[in-house]
Design a protein around this ligand. Structure first.
Ligand code: C2E
Ligand code: MG
Ligand code: MG
Ligand code: MG
Length: 278
């Protein structure tokens, strides 16, 4: 009986798995179609100077509205796109659109606004990436010093040797680099020192706990001190209220991004927001 039951469980498990796999295949097909039919778009979330509250940058974030009008979260489809390699084309498109939009912001008098663009591992690893980046910069006419690539801390650590070489090459274009979701991985200090990055982005999870207790502020405090020692800028993501902002200011953090300041917005509303924030 025991044997029978365990076999039943195995079959049940396989069935669950195949349903999940089928769903992922369907979602990936739908994503391909959405990309081909230009139904993906970018929104931009402001990044501000914590002390003055003035905008210093924006982060480009991808959006997908399905045929039924409902949004599918990037946390759901980006991993699929990464796994299938589709992220290489999607990511190139994101980079081009974001560069063009920064150039447009410059025309409108917001040339100082930095444009942060998320870059996925397969995109980064692709041998053509330095070329893709250069071309996006050239075609848009954007000032490369206003483009910042966001790589995740886990990528920074896993791709160690490869990254050291590639980053230096990419930085020749004049762009800057931020380490996203910082604090969730296990960066080694000595390695971080070798890596030519400009900014650390404190992960939202830590900002979320920052006012809970004294312990809650320990990781952000450490990251801010680390940044100071290594000469790196620090930005906190996911700031949702004034108490969190005040705590971060007290810890010496320079920049922030979060719903407390602004939600991600489509290009036209963002321009209005920037005008009002000026
Ligand atoms: P991320 O790069 O860490 O982006 C920040 C995420 O936090 C965004 O979620 C943003 O909407 C959200 N967020 C910002 N402020 C707050 C806040 O105050 N509270 C809360 N609860 N959330 C806040 P989003 O847009 O859903 O993106 C999720 C992730 O998907 C991104 O995390 C990034 O890893 C990935 N992603 C988004 N767009 C792209 C893209 O164009 N390319 C790649 N490769 N990945 C992308
Ligand atoms: Mg990011
Ligand atoms: Mg992040
Ligand atoms: Mg994240």
């Amino acid at each position: 009986r025991a044997k029978q039951r365990s076999r039943g469980e195995v079959n049940y498990f396989n069935h669950e798995m195949s349903v999940e796999i089928q769903e992922r295949v369907k979602l990936l097909q739908a994503l391909r179609q959405a990309f081909d039919n230009e139904r993906l778009f970018l929104v931009y979330q402001p990044q501000v100077d914590l002390v003055t509250g003035k905008a210093i940058g924006v982060e480009a974030l991808i959006r997908w509205r399905g045929e039924d009008g409902k949004f599918i979260a990037p946390d759901r489809f980006i991993p699929l796109a990464e796994h299938s390699g589709l992220i290489v084309s999607i990511g190139e498109w994101v980079l081009r659109v974001a560069c063009h939009y920064q150039a447009k912001l410059t025309q409108q008098g917001f040339g100082h606004i930095r444009m942060a663009v998320n870059v996925a591992v397969p995109q980064f690893r692709h041998p053509r990436f330095p070329f893709v980046l250069r071309r996006a910069i050239q075609d848009s006419g954007v000032d490369p010093s206003k483009i910042e690539l966001e790589i995740t801390e886990s990528m920074a650590m896993e791709e160690a040797d490869f990254l050291l070489q590639t980053l230096d090459k990419l930085k020749e274009t004049g762009i800057s680099v931020a380490v996203d979701d910082f604090g969730t991985g296990f960066s080694s200090l000595s390695y971080l020192q070798k890596l030519s990055v400009d900014r650390l982005k404190i992960d939202r999870a830590f900002v979320n706990e920052i006012t809970d207790s004294r312990r809650g502020a320990q990781i952000p405090e450490m990251v801010i001190q680390l940044g100071r020692r290594l000469g790196l800028q620090i930005i906190a993501e996911g700031v949702e209220d004034k108490a969190q902002a005040d705590t971060l200011i007290g810890l010496g953090c320079q920049e922030a991004q979060g719903f407390y300041y602004a939600r991600p917005m489509e290009p036209d509303p963002l321009l209005d927001w920037l005008k009002a924030n000026r």
